[in-house]
Ligand binder design. Structure first.
Ligand SMILES: [Cu+2]
Length: 210
């Protein structure tokens, strides 16, 4: 049987190294208690992809939540689609003089070699449609960062049915046209590796601390 005194002494002996580490005893490497960065990817941005017209008059996905600072790459499929920004209240027409517009991307088969990339600069909803023929009226629309309540993409599509004709700005604006980006860039691979490294180090530190 352990006496209460021995038990207390044993407990104290067990807890003492931990306590010393917490308060940075001189013989404890200070690096083992230094705080780790909570996220290896903070400060970097990532690219989201939306396929335009892949297998039908669709955006895939047609609803996307994108953090401010991230970019969206639009990839184009046959036959000839575009991406234009409108308001929720007026589907199928540009939202104004500075409405985002990709231009048209004619492609016979497969994916167009060039894509259109925009950067999300605030949290406001971005309503998008295709200005080719009656694609918008047939439901070719999408929304970035949809409002949490009220305005929905399905309501937008219902209203679009009654719009006489689509329109678009005179020339592409608000984005960057360039070669399609490779899916796994060096940067994202590095971020992934760094994330695993931080996780392993945190586990090692936890093993020695607890
Ligand atoms: Cu279209």
């Amino acid at each position: 049987m352990l006496s209460p005194t021995i038990l207390a002494t044993t407990l104290l002996a067990l807890l003492l190294p931990f306590t010393n580490a917490q308060y940075g005893a001189p013989d404890t490497p200070s690096s083992s208690t230094s705080p780790f960065p909570t996220s290896a990817s903070s400060g970097s941005s990532s690219t989201h992809t939306i396929e335009v017209g892949n297998g039908g008059l669709t955006f895939s996905p047609d609803t996307l939540n994108v953090p401010v600072g991230d970019t969206i790459e639009f990839r184009f499929y046959p036959m000839n689609h575009s991406v234009v920004q409108s308001t929720f209240d007026s589907p199928c027409v540009p939202s104004g003089d500075s409405a985002l517009f990709s231009g048209f991307f004619p492609v016979q088969s497969g994916m167009a070699g060039t894509s259109w990339t925009i950067k999300v600069t605030d949290t406001k909803a971005i309503w998008l449609y295709c200005s080719q023929g009656s694609h918008c009226q047939m439901g070719m629309a999408a929304v970035i960062n949809p409002p949490s309540s009220g305005k929905t993409l399905s309501a937008y599509k219902q209203a679009a049915v009654n719009i006489g004709a689509s329109a678009n700005p005179a020339s592409p604006q608000g984005g960057v046209i360039g070669p399609v980006k490779t899916q796994s860039s060096d940067a994202s691979t590095r971020n992934e590796a760094m994330g695993k490294y931080v996780l392993v180090m945190a586990m090692v530190v936890a093993m020695f601390t607890l």
